[in-house]
Design a protein around this ligand. Structure first.
Ligand code: NAD
Length: 421
C-alpha cells in the first residue's frame, strides 16, 4: 500500500538542501527559501442544508514572492494538512521559476470532501473561505487557481466574492475561470497538454516519439490525466492502462481514449472503473507494466520504495505534484529511468494561468492557437534550459537540474532586490 501521507514538506526541504549544495547556494538564501513568507490558517463556520453549522479548516500559504505575485491552486480535500500546503507552495515557487514566468509560489485549501457537500454548501463554504483569505489574495499579490477538488465554477465564486467585497469586478484575482467569465481558451487542457509536450521532448532525447506507438500506463484520469491521454492518443501514443481512485482498465492493444473519457464522464465520480473494452487492473499492477512511459497524474507519493523497484518503464512523466518520494527517485535513477519532474512536466497549467491573468488584466483575449503555440514555446524552451543546467553541473537527474535552475533564478531575484529595509 502506498503511503500517501509521507511528509511532503520534509521531502521538499531535503531536496532544497541537496540542490543548494550542488549549486553552491549561499546559506543565507537557503534559509530564506526554507520558510514560507506568509501562512494563513483559518477556521470558519458554514450553514449546512440540514440547519446545522459546520466548522471548516482552511489554509493559504505564500512561499516566496521575489519574482512576482504568488500563484498556486486551491485544494478541497479531506486529506490536506498545513505541512502539505507549505510543501506545495514551495513547489509552485520552483515551477514558476523553471518555466520563467513572473510569479512566486503559493497554495491553499480547505479540509473537506467536496463530493459530500451539496452545490449550495460548496458555494457557501467557498465564499466564506474566500472572505477569510481576502486580506492576502489579489491580482497583484496572490492569485489562486483550481487544484484537486476545485474547478472553474469554484473559481467563479472566489472571483465574485472578492469582487463584491472590493466593489469592482476583478478578473485577475483567480485563474482557471469559465470561458464566459474571463477564462482562457486552452486552460482546461493546458496541464495535460504540457505533460504530453514534455514527454515528447524526453522521448526525442531517446530518439523516438509518441507517434512511434509508444506505450503508456497512466494513473489518474481527472483533468490532468484525461487531457494528457487525449493529446498522447491524438499523436499516435498507445495508452494501454488507466487506473484511478476507484479502479482501472487494461487493454494491451491500446485504449480508445475519447470513448473512455465519454464513459468516465457518465460515472458518478468520473471513474474508468468497469469500462468494458479491457480487463480490470489495480494501481499496483499498473505501475509494474512493461511500457515505455509511466505517467502518474493522480496525487503525491505514489511511487515509493515499495513499488519503484518493480517499475519497468524507461520514462516517468510526473503529471501529478510530488508523485515520487526522494528515496524512490534514487531507485529510479539507479535503474536508469528518466524522470521528467513535476515542476517541469505539469507546469503547462500555471503557464496558461499566466496567459489567463495577462488577458484578464489587459482585457484583451487570445485565440486558442495563440495560447497553445505560446505554451509549446515556453515548455520546449524550459526543457532545453533544464537540460543545459543538467550538462553544466554534470547531473544525471532532470529533477535536480530543474530545481537547480529554479533555485538559481529565485535566489538571483532576492539578491537583486536586496533585503528590506
Ligand atoms: P482531479 O481531481 O481532476 O483528478 C484526480 C484523478 O486522480 C482522478 O482520476 C482520481 O480518481 C485519481 N486519484 C485520486 N486519488 C487516487 C489514488 N489514491 N489512487 C489512484 N488514483 C487516484 O485532479 P487533477 O486536477 O487532474 O490533478 C491531479 C494531480 O495533478 C494533482 O497532484 C494536482 O496537484 C496536479 N496538478 C494539477 C493541475 C491542474 O491544472 N489541474 C496543475 C498542476 C498539477
Amino acid at each position: 500500500m502506498v503511503n500517501s501521507k509521507e511528509n511532503l514538506l520534509e521531502n521538499a526541504l531535503s531536496e532544497l538542501q541537496k540542490v543548494s549544495g550542488i549549486i553552491g547556494l549561499k546559506d543565507d538564501y537557503r534559509k530564506i527559501l526554507e520558510k514560507p513568507a506568509q501562512t494563513l490558517s483559518t477556521s470558519f463556520p458554514v450553514n449546512m442544508d440540514d440547519g446545522t453549522i459546520e466548522v471548516f479548516e482552511g489554509y493559504r500559504v505564500q512561499h516566496n514572492a521575489a519574482r512576482g505575485p504568488c500563484k498556486g491552486g486551491l485544494r478541497f480535500s479531506p486529506e490536506i494538512d498545513l505541512d502539505e500546503i507549505k510543501a506545495l507552495a514551495m513547489l509552485m515557487t520552483w515551477k514558476t521559476a523553471v518555466v520563467n514566468i513572473p510569479y512566486g509560489g503559493a497554495k491553499g485549501g480547505v479540509v473537506c470532501d467536496p463530493w459530500k457537500l451539496s452545490p449550495g454548501e460548496l458555494n457557501r463554504m467557498t465564499r466564506r473561505f474566500t472572505y477569510s483569505i481576502m486580506s492576502v489574495i489579489g491580482p497583484d499579490s496572490d492569485i489562486p487557481a483550481p487544484d484537486m477538488g476545485t474547478n472553474p465554477t469554484v473559481m467563479s465564486w472566489v472571483m465574485d466574492t472578492y469582487s463584491m467585497l472590493k466593489g469592482r469586478t476583478t478578473l485577475g484575482v483567480v485563474t482557471g475561470k469559465p470561458l464566459e467569465l474571463g477564462g482562457s481558451l486552452g486552460r482546461t487542457e493546458a496541464t495535460g497538454r504540457g505533460v504530453y509536450l514534455t514527454m515528447e521532448e524526453a522521448l526525442r532525447q531517446k530518439g523516438t516519439s509518441c507517434c512511434n506507438h509508444v506505450t503508456i500506463a497512466l494513473q489518474g484520469f481527472g483533468n490532468v490525466g484525461s487531457n494528457f491521454a487525449r493529446a498522447a492518443h491524438e499523436n499516435g501514443g498507445r495508452i494501454i492502462a488507466v487506473a484511478d481512485a476507484y479502479g482501472g482498465v487494461f487493454n494491451p492493444s491500446g485504449l480508445n481514449i475519447p470513448k473512455l473519457a465519454e464513459y468516465a464522464a457518465r460515472h458518478p465520480r468520473r471513474s474508468v472503473q468497469g469500462y468494458p473494452e479491457g480487463d480490470s487492473i489495480g494501481n499496483r499492477e499498473l505501475f509494474e507494466l512493461e511500457v515505455d512511459v509511466l505517467a502518474p497524474c493522480a496525487m503525491e507519493n505514489q511511487i515509493t520504495l515499495d513499488n519503484a523497484p518493480g517499475i519497468r518503464a524507461s520514462l516517468v512523466v510526473e503529471g501529478a505534484n510530488g508523485p515520487t518520494t526522494p528515496a524512490a527517485d534514487d531507485v529510479l535513477m539507479d535503474k536508469g529511468v528518466t524522470v521528467v519532474p513535476d515542476i517541469l512536466a505539469n507546469a503547462g497549467g500555471v503557464v496558461v494561468s499566466y496567459f489567463e491573468w495577462v488577458q484578464g488584466v489587459s482585457s484583451f483575449f487570445w485565440s486558442e492557437k495563440q495560447v497553445t503555440d505560446a505554451l509549446h514555446d515556453i515548455l520546449v524552451k524550459a526543457f532545453a534550459e533544464v537540460n543545459k543546467t543538467r550538462e553544466t553541473y554534470g547531473l544525471q537527474s532532470l529533477r535536480v537540474a530543474a530545481m537547480a535552475l529554479a533555485i538559481q533564478r529565485v535566489a538571483k531575484a532576492i539578491e537583486l532586490r536586496g533585503i528590506f529595509p
